[in-house]
Design a protein around this ligand. Sequence first.
Ligand code: ADP
Ligand code: MG
Length: 330
Amino acid sequence: MINIEHLVKNYGKIEALKDVSFSIQPGEIVGFLGPNGAGKSTAMNILCGYLSSTSGSAKINGIDILENPIEAKKLIGFLPEIPPLYLDMTVIEYLKFVYELKGCTLNREKHLDEVCSVVEINEHRNRLIRNLSKGYRQRVGIAQALVGNPPVIIFDEPTVGLDPKQIVEIRDLIRRLGAHHTVILSTHILGEVQAVCDRIIIINKGKIVADEKTENISTVLSGGRDVTVKICGPEKEVLDTLCGMSGVAFAESLGRQDMDSISYHVKSSPGIDIRKALFNTISHRGWPVIGMESTGANLEDIFISAVSENDESSETSSKSKKTKKERSKK
Ligand code: ADP
Ligand code: MG
């Protein structure tokens, strides 16, 4: 659906994107996560045809955004960081304007009614955008992205500046849109991707530092995963079996806990999710597994570790060495 290959963007001497590649399949809800200044907006603006790249390509359904922008843009609805709203128009006037701008061919009344219902803004359709709260303005911004019913919707920092109730509502709306659209949610907020996305791409200083399913990302990045497993079976034999499994770095008994089961702490080798193999091996020996809980690092730890690992790897450059020295002087 979306293919980004070797994207580079320089603003003068600033390298905002350094060889960024990823692809997104239809129906995915992907979080594009990174700290401020990481290059998220730059990447999203290039993908949506608002900005040209220095080199590399962005394709939607095989259509290159630079070679055939009109066709490519029909496939994408975009909510930029600062939505392009006309404050002196009413909601419905604005949406009609966007409809014309996009050269839509769907039945106008019916389509705009549907869009207003999806973003729940029907009661406000005749109000001036100027008089709407930030939360409702953001809904109008989302409505604008939905006009024309594009298969891909891209949100750039959609909840910045909203109050907690509005944040929950906008996240719910994005999640609902994910049922019928391919969604990219660009944000610096971890909880946001965790709440909404199936997959997380982490970007830092213009480079992709992680790209994983949300459920797997802790395994891949935390350098091992801790699992607590409750097994009914002879303690020593169970422990020997656990220690002998490939992919297990460490196992210990936590002692007898309830009824005839014993809890064990198992640590897997880096990058391995041991849970399925653990279940299969233990139940194959005829010992029932009656509970399993993963106690891996939370996303916040992972994000910080992914971002700082990336910083360490760039420390070969003389500039960052100097900063490190300067820091140690203090
Ligand atoms: P993010 O959206 O992740 O916060 P941006 O893509 O906005 O990051 O910015 C990436 C880098 O490019 C930052 O260092 C930023 O200062 C720089 N940058 C962004 N836009 C411009 C611009 N128009 N001119 C010069 N530098 C820019
Ligand atoms: Mg940004």
